[in-house]
Design a binder for this molecule. Structure first.
Ligand SMILES: C[S@@+](CC[C@H](N)C(=O)[O-])C[C@H]1O[C@@H](n2cnc3c(N)ncnc32)[C@H](O)[C@@H]1O
Length: 261
């Protein structure tokens, strides 16, 4: 971190991950940057207002939910070039569905340096709330972070059918609006009783999180009117016995730091 927009340094914009919602799931680096912000540009549709409230009293706060990317970038660029410390705050981790590439390109075009600060993503908050490992030895060793097509679409090579064919721990973002099609496609690949965790606003005070069989995924989502801020975790790991012991901790397994039996 260069820590300041010194006149001799290239002005910097910080793109910061706010984590899934709970303020105490922020990284220390994210918290310090928010506390020092002169301008906070935040995704008010997804970031907890308590996190935006950590910015100092004199900080200019810009909500982005009603703005286009062009409008947001114009405000960020103008303020950063004027020497103000601009923090662009995204929900979760900025590298996931955060339009990070487009923003970095535009900031670079304007002669601004960028620092990106990671945040905990929604799937990590959901797994922790469930007290659930998503990689159970002998059962599932891969986590897929994906989405249903929707308006943005996904490349054909990443269609839901292809992702589901792996039968991995599948974490689906931005997919609640398409839950009927998602369930139908998943049922072509996973057994019908595969557990699906449905998480709404995980780590927020009004978190709702439930594990249902795959066959009930759409019905339960519709009953709860879930459209936004909903994550699905589809995984055979959610049914695995908690008694299952990873080979890593088994007494019969040698590794670098422990001689085995
Ligand atoms: C634009 S994407 C951004 C994802 C974010 N960058 C991340 O790493 O979590 C927004 C989607 O993430 C998921 N999401 C983000 N925060 C969530 C939370 N606290 N609980 C459940 N889903 C969440 C939802 O699928 C939501 O529609």
């Amino acid at each position: 971190m260069n820590g300041s927009n010194r006149p001799d340094a290239q002005p910097t914009v910080w793109i910061v991950g706010a984590g899934p919602g709970a303020p105490d799931l922020l990284t220390l680096r994210a918290m310090r940057l928010i506390e020092q912000a002169e301008v906070l540009v935040w995704t008010d549709s997804l970031v907890n207002p308590q996190i935006a409230a950590l910015a100092p009293a004199g900080c200019e706060r810009i909500r982005t939910s009603t703005l286009t990317l062009e409008e947001v970038m114009a405000m960020v660029v103008e303020r950063a070039l004027a020497g103000r410390r601009v923090v662009r705050l995204h929900d979760g981790d900025p590298c996931l569905y955060g339009a990070l590439a487009e923003q970095i390109c535009r900031l670079a075009d304007a002669g601004l340096a960028v620092e990106v600060v990671p945040g905990l993503s929604a799937y990590q908050a959901a797994a922790s709330a469930l007290q659930q490992e998503l990689t159970i030895p002998g059962l599932v060793q891969t986590i897929v972070l994906g989405r249903a097509g929707g308006r943005t679409g996904v490349p054909e090579s990443e269609s839901l059918a292809r992702l589901a064919a792996l039968r991995a721990s599948l974490c689906l973002y931005l997919s609640a609006r398409h839950v009927e099609e998602v369930q139908a496609e998943l049922l072509r690949h996973y057994p019908p009783d595969t557990p699906v965790a449905i998480g709404y606003r995980v780590s927020w005070p009004d978190q709702w999180l439930q594990v249902v069989p795959l066959t009930a995924m759409a019905e339960v989502s519709r009953e709860r009117a879930l459209i936004r801020t909903t994550l699905y975790v589809v995984s055979p790991a959610l049914a695995a016995s908690r008694e299952a012991r990873s080979r890593l901790y088994s007494a019969s397994h040698n590794h670098l730091f422990r001689g085995g039996v």
